[in-house]
Design a protein around this ligand. Structure first.
Ligand code: HEM
Length: 446
């Protein structure tokens, strides 16, 4: 078996690293046109790029055990240690099994009050403003929600701002380092490198303090069993040994990162698309009129068809976790090519979810497709939360959080963009709208 076709424009010595560094989204989207499985060069080393949904699904589900998480994730260890996102093998399995109940429906019901309260406070704070820069608002919301619900800790304004300032530096740094020849970049004392390591130190220090504060709380001060209880109170000796103080900090930082870097993007893109499509916005507003997003049975929110279709279509067009990777840990065959052990495989969920062989009008916002034609689309072609044993543990949490926020917004405001305003996606780790000033018109209650 020969090698997969090489994506054009590799530069001798650095390969495609510069293209990826400069504009990863553009590079991955252009490279997707080379072949469903193509080859790129990171420095002098070959890596693969998967742009086809069936091959991606094969990696994530049936062949999952043939891969580890690979180079991008290795770069994240300085921040997240061996938290559940990066853990491998039996250790991952034990941590995931321990935590899973906190993300099942009954537990997520315990988080609804906090999700509703923070998102109501957010929309109330916009009352006197005509234009709001939305993304930072959603970032604060998601950060407070994830730490309050899972660790019963109310973050101060300063702490939230520190996360908002430093976390994107860390995430973008990890992403870029994943596409560079190992170690080369880290050894040069650039301003960017110093900022990256300073941001990691700040966030780990913050996490350390918040973990101490949480561990010092009395049981009676919490409204529900939280993730920290689960990590610290297990009867199982092996799991207790696994979750020493250092590992608890790793898990805290893992959830801080995973919770704050993803849902803001999904809420923001949903609002952007509704701002661009006022007629759909009006239909969703009619659907959510009178819905009580603070009620304890808020799972009914997941049955509001148009709202869910809008969020799904936003996640298809702008998947927050838009590109990821894996690495083979044994000789593996993929797409008819033999991949030796240690082959790095990148994949672009963004390209897969805009594949014109799967989706008609793939670049258009058509939420109705998920109502009229949902069965037409293979589930392997919609993977914003990943799939298989490493899928997103927070998927249900995220759907509820995103839906509550959008309901609260649409019940109070009409959203519109400035005339002619378009917002190109920026791949800053997560796929985020760079600037998203949105005009708000306060609605009289209906
Ligand atoms: C729209 C929101 C979200 C998106 C698009 C998203 C996406 C993803 C994806 C694609 C993965 C799999 C990564 C891989 O295969 O390598 C993942 C894993 C994970 N997510 Fe999310 N996520 C979201 C929200 C959340 C939230 C709110 C939390 C926590 C409350 C969370 C916690 C995690 C954790 C801990 C993992 C690692 C799971 C494991 O490896 O067992 N995510 N997420």
């Amino acid at each position: 078996m020969s090698k997969p076709p090489l994506v054009p424009f590799a530069t001798p010595g650095i390969g495609h690293a510069l293209h990826i560094w400069q504009n990863p989204l553009k590079f991955f989207s252009a490279a997707a046109r080379t072949a469903p499985l193509s080859r790129i060069k990171i420095g002098w080393k070959d890596a693969c790029l998967v742009s086809n949904h069936e091959l991606l699904y094969q990696i994530l589900v049936p062949d999952a055990k043939k891969y580890d998480k690979g180079i991008q994730y290795e770069r994240a260890r300085a921040m997240l240690g061996n938290g559940v996102l990066l853990a491998e093998g039996d250790f991952h399995f034990r941590q995931r099994r321990l935590m899973q109940p906190m993300f099942n429906k009954p537990s997520v019901n315990d988080y609804i009050n906090a999700m509703h309260t923070y998102s109501t406070a957010m929309v109330d704070s916009w009352a006197d403003r005509d234009v709001v820069e939305l993304y930072p608002e959603f970032y604060r919301l998601a950060t407070q929600v994830v730490i309050d619900t899972l660790f019963s800790t109310k973050m101060s304004h300063q702490d939230v701002e520190l996360v908002r300032r430093q976390m994107p530096i860390v995430i973008a740094g990890i992403e870029k380092r994943g596409a560079l020849p190992p170690k080369l970049f880290d050894t040069i004392p650039t301003r960017e490198n110093r900022a990256f390591y300073a941001a990691i130190s700040d966030l780990r220090r913050l996490g350390d303090r918040l973990v101490d504060e949480r561990l010092g709380m009395s049981r009676g001060s919490r409204s529900h069993t939280d993730l920290m209880d689960v990590l610290t109170e297990t009867d199982d000796a092996v799991t207790r040994r696994d979750n020493d103080r250092a590992q608890i900090l790793n898990e805290f930082l893992t959830f801080l990162t995973a919770g704050s870097e993803t849902t803001p993007s999904a809420i923001a893109w949903s609002c952007y698309l509704l701002g661009r499509h006022p007629e759909i916005q009006e239909q969703v507003r009619d659907e959510v009129a009178g819905f009580d997003s603070g009620s304890s049975d808020v799972t009914a929110i997941l049955k509001l068809p148009l709202l869910q279709a809008v969020v799904k279509e936003a996640l298809r067009l702008y998947p927050p976790v838009w590109a990821l990777g894996r690495r083979t840990i044994q000789p593996t065959v993929l797409g008819g090519y033999a991949l030796p052990t240690g082959t790095q495989v990148f994949y672009s969920v963004y390209s897969v979810q805009r594949d014109r062989d799967v989706y008609d009008a793939p670049n258009e916002f058509r939420p109705q497709r998920w109502i009229d034609d949902a069965k037409k689309y293979p589930r392997t072609a919609f993977l914003p939360f990943g799939a298989g044993i490493r899928n997103c543990i927070g998927e249900h949490f995220a759907w509820i959080e995103i839906s509550i926020a959008i309901v609260n917004i649409l019940q109070r405001y009409e959203l519109s963009l400035q005339p002619g305003q378009t917002v190109p996606p920026a791949a800053m780790g997560a796929l985020v709208p760079g600037n998203l000033p949105m005009r708000l018109r306060r609605l009289v209650s209906r």
